[in-house]
Design a protein around this ligand. Sequence first.
Ligand code: UDP
Length: 331
Amino acid sequence: MGPMMLVTGGAGYIGSHVALALREAGFRTLVLDDFSEGHRDALLGGAAVAGSLLDPAFLQAVFAEHEITAVLHFGGRCYVGESVTDPGRYYHHNVVGTKNLLDAMRAAGVRALVFSSTCATYGEPATMPIVETMPQVPVNPYGHTKLVCEFLLRDYARAYGLCAVALRYFNAAGADPAGRLGEDHRPETHLIPLVLAAAAGRPVALRVFGDDYPTPDGTCIRDYVHVTDLASAHVLALQSLLAGRTGFSAFNLGNAQGSSVREVIAAAVAATGRPVPHTIAPRRAGDPPVLVGSPDKIRRELGWLPQHSDLATIVSTAWRWHQAHPEGYAR
Ligand code: UDP
């Protein structure tokens, strides 16, 4: 039996794909999730404990009852718009939740952590692609809370010997190529699931947020990364920690290549063979025109090789899951 990995937020979109990849790599997993957003069906029968990162006694009990070797931390809130209207909730769940987790790890003598960070910690850099050494100047409370978490990791690494890797995701997208897992946010705000819902004929009223950006076709450009490629990066980061990596390090998970909203819609038309009805709407507040991340550092240091992150594969795997689960996971 392999060593036990604690996966917080492991019933969510990215966490569930990572938990699956860990098991496929020979690790055991224990998912910790409060199931406020996560789905029990996304556990695929894996072990789980229900509880909150906001409950230190619960965390202490989890570490006491299970022999945890390392932690992969996804639990938290992830909606930029909600973070603007309710920042208190974001600081509470993301910052306090992460601090509680780190303190429980420290008390239990567990040192290795892979942390779910985001390109939102960079804000709106003037040059692309983004590299890890660029200044981190978030432009919304979601990005602020994730950056504060990175500071926590750095400071705990320096003072208490935490060994931590932060992975800064660009746009996570797609679904398990074998069709076992997919994306189910409620409400859904992300572009690709909404585009596919429109292709499926669901009444989503897809809006393109702005066609007057300074980009070739006027719509926003994002760097979409397949969730299974994100998952393989977590396995590599974990293996590097287990092999002795110390201190704090951060890596971008991007493809150095962007796709516009119009290109995503065209890819969905091609993958589904169906029209994608949409209207042009005003820009969404806080959307930078272009966000593209360089993967050079993680390729060089950890040998990350994305295998599913071309737009056609992203859209077709997401479409397969959408067709099999038109209402998402069972509740
Ligand atoms: N977008 C859009 N219509 C939607 C949702 C998103 O035009 O209904 C655009 C959005 O402006 C951004 C891109 O699609 O440029 C990706 O947005 P998403 O919310 O999926 O991810 P984000 O980049 O905000 O993390």
